[in-house]
Write a protein that binds this ligand. Sequence first.
Ligand SMILES: C[S@@+](CC[C@H](N)C(=O)[O-])C[C@H]1O[C@@H](n2cnc3c(N)ncnc32)[C@H](O)[C@@H]1O
Length: 198
Amino acid sequence: MAYKKRGNMQYMGNQSFWDQKFEQRSGGIMSPEKSLVENINLLKLGSVLDVACGDGRNTIYLAELGYALTGIDFSSKALVRLGRFLHEKKLKAYLKLVDLSSEQAFDGMGVFDNIVINHYRLDASKLSQLAEHLSEDGILFVSGFGEHHRVDERIRSEDLIRISDFDGLKDQFEWLKKEATRDERGGFVTFILKKVKA
Ligand SMILES: C[S@@+](CC[C@H](N)C(=O)[O-])C[C@H]1O[C@@H](n2cnc3c(N)ncnc32)[C@H](O)[C@@H]1O
């Protein structure tokens, strides 16, 4: 509902919000997402599409492990930082400026062995397009603020990842993990699904 009202898929803020955030960010690459590290053995060897990759803490982590990475994000400032980190670490990844609010966001994107979406809420209609971009037994890893996370001016209700977002994926995926945790920072979810034969 909230997405309809907003009419796009900004997550926490628009493009200039994120560009400014990444331009002001100092220091090096951040640590990879804990739940990605904890569940790394559930990923399939091969390629990864990192959706809304930001400045690439997970892109770098996965590239270092030998995965072939594609990172997409609508912030050019984030991708510039990620390009610099890749260069410094002598790693390679294909980076593409993509606005996920566009109907055509995944057109021509190709097929991957894994799709990682960390701290970004892709809407249900886009989630249901992902099966065509995954190889057989391909893995969809989604992690971020869950529906029990505290809402404030930064994290809005429409930014929270809901189990119902995945209702349309039933025929294409089997669940490997459905985990919700809470700590002093709030409520987090990790959802891992495997593409099944049609
Ligand atoms: C909280 S950050 C997460 C970055 C990264 N996945 C991570 O875990 O560090 C959210 C990311 O979503 C991106 N984003 C927000 N709205 C977007 C949109 N409509 N299209 C593409 N990227 C978007 C932002 O630029 C930002 O990099």
